[in-house]
Design a protein around this ligand. Structure first.
Ligand code: PEP
Ligand code: MN
Length: 349
């Protein structure tokens, strides 16, 4: 896959910015968002009309009716228009109102059957197709989804990095795992790669840093959620910014001609940072389970330290570690430290 085309013929600027509300909520909200986003200099407008929600009962979008508001916003402000599609029927309805492109959401790109259905419906359709990363950090699954679209003849494709589902949501809503988009870029160097700091961060305070980080890594642009009154948004309220804040943000971002990511050492360091974050997340998850065990032991008047269990665990870890090229001594020290902390957390509950 190499002969990709620009997403839109007349827009060749770098970086490429896409902005708009998470969801289209009303005609007034859509028009206000489009006006603000356009005033911030953004030429590509996004808004979801069918929202794939994790929890049933959350706001699921206004559906086809909202497409008419989007079409009006496109005409009124001369914007390119993007919306999310998850089925061939969505695509058909979106095309009917003249969208310039669609994005396929993380929950949809995770499912090869859904992806194939949409890809089949895209045959012969010349619009931009943005493929968000699947919810799990699996670069092959992401590329597979892109390939399904490509195989049906679409060439205006971009990948959108929106982070990956995580158990521990302390810092990010979706962990960036930068090594995944970096690997995607290594395998598909000609593909437009965008980042979506809104869905990665989940909190508006994180957007600026995540945006600059993506640009430094050589991403081609950003998709940012912007809503006229973010706190009243019906979906993703915490991560949206006003068009005025968007304007400020875009002015502060630095676009370097030679992305820092071309520096191999920095690439490796980012990879290490991403691995370290995973180690921390796993340690926190393990301590959570240890505290639950502590509670169980207390209820059943059991001793906190069960020497036999620890010895078994240690030996198994030393053996597996050795098979992976790690020294037994090193594994012994690490697991002893982890065990010690588990015991402390169980006792301190
Ligand atoms: C969105 O862009 O509003 C959205 C639902 O994104 P994701 O699929 O990345 O969660
Ligand atoms: Mn959203």
């Amino acid at each position: 896959m190499a002969d990709f085309l620009p997403l839109f013929d007349a827009i060749s600027e770098a970086p490429l910015y896409i902005a708009g509300p998470c969801s289209a909520e009303s005609r007034e909200q859509v028009l206000a968002a489009a006006k603000g986003v356009s005033a911030a200099g953004v030429k590509i407008f996004r808004a979801g009309v069918w929202k794939p929600r994790t929890k049933p009962g959350s706001f699921e979008g206004r559906g086809a009716e909202a497409l008419l508001w989007l079409a009006e916003a496109k005409r009124e402000y001369g914007l390119r228009l993007l919306t999310e599609v998850a089925t061939p029927e969505h695509l058909e309805e979106a095309l009917r109102v003249g969208v310039d492109g669609v994005w396929i959401g993380a929950r949809t790109t995770t499912n090869p059957f859904a992806m194939q259905d949409i890809a089949d419906a895209l045959r012969g359709v010349d619009i931009a197709v943005l493929v968000k990363n699947p919810v799990i950090p699996d670069v092959a699954l992401w590329i597979g989804s892109i390939e399904r679209v490509y195989n049906r003849g679409v060439r205006r494709i971009a990948a959108v990095h929106r982070g990956f589902g995580t158990f521990d949501m302390d810092m990010y809503r979706n962990s960036p795992h930068w090594s995944v988009p970096i690997e995607l870029r290594r395998r598909l160097p000609d593909l437009t790669l965008l980042s979506d700091p809104s869905h990665i961060g989940g909190r508006r305070e994180l957007i600026a840093t995540l945006s600059q980080e993506a640009l430094d890594l050589g991403f081609d642009g950003l998709m940012i959620e912007s809503h006229p009154t973010p706190d009243c948004a019906l979906s993703d309220a915490m991560q949206q910014i006003t068009p005025a804040e968007l304007d400020d943000l875009l002015r502060t971002l630095v676009w370097r001609r030679t992305p820092v990511a071309q520096d191999a050492l920095r690439n490796h360091r980012l990879h290490i940072d991403s691995i370290d974050n995973r180690i921390l997340e796993l340690l926190a998850e393990r301590m959570g389970v240890a505290r639950e065990i502590g509670e169980y032991k207390r209820e059943h008047s059991m001793a906190v330290v069960q020497r036999e269990r620890f010895n078994e665990l240690l030996q198994a870890a030393e053996q597996r570690g050795e098979n992976m090229g790690l020294s037994r001594h090193f594994i012994h020290r690490i697991f002893s430290a982890i065990h010690e902390e588990s015991v402390r957390q169980q006792v301190e509950e």
